[in-house]
Design a protein around this ligand. Structure first.
Ligand SMILES: [Zn+2]
Length: 123
């Protein structure tokens, strides 16, 4: 299986899973939360497991998509956001018609021109 032949939905799916892992990792590393979980005895190598899952996932992601994601994730908790009614739900800017028609372009991740987040369509 080559990442180069991934469909757009495969790409989006992997970016989603990466985002989930990153959010979980951030939460797991939060000192407040860490202490709570330690007290409840839930913390058994959580960070190690998340990190291992993350590196397995990275091997399936197109390097270009990964660089794009990482650039956005530095600035935003959610690097990938839904579009509804032609509006980016990351920044609430209406997308230009050109971006909406680009949607038909095959196998490319689309980003919001205003906030730069990766877009996906809900419907
Ligand atoms: Zn936006």
């Amino acid at each position: 299986m080559s990442t180069m032949s991934s469909t757009l939905s495969d790409k989006l799916d992997r970016i989603f899973r990466l985002q989930d892992l990153d959010i979980m990792l951030t939460e797991a590393q939060d000192p407040e939360r860490k202490r709570e979980e330690e007290e409840m005895g839930f913390r058994m190598g959580t960070i190690e497991k998340l990190t291992a899952a993350r590196s397995r996932l990275l091997s399936q992601i197109d390097p270009r998509d990964l660089r794009l994601y990482e650039r956005i994730a530095k600035r935003h908790k959610h690097a990938i956001v839904p579009v509804e009614d032609r509006t980016c739900l990351g920044c609430y800017m209406a997308l230009p018609t050109s971006a909406v028609s680009l949607r038909t372009e095959p196998e490319q991740l689309l980003t919001c021109e205003n906030c730069g987040r990766i877009l996906y369509w809900l419907e």
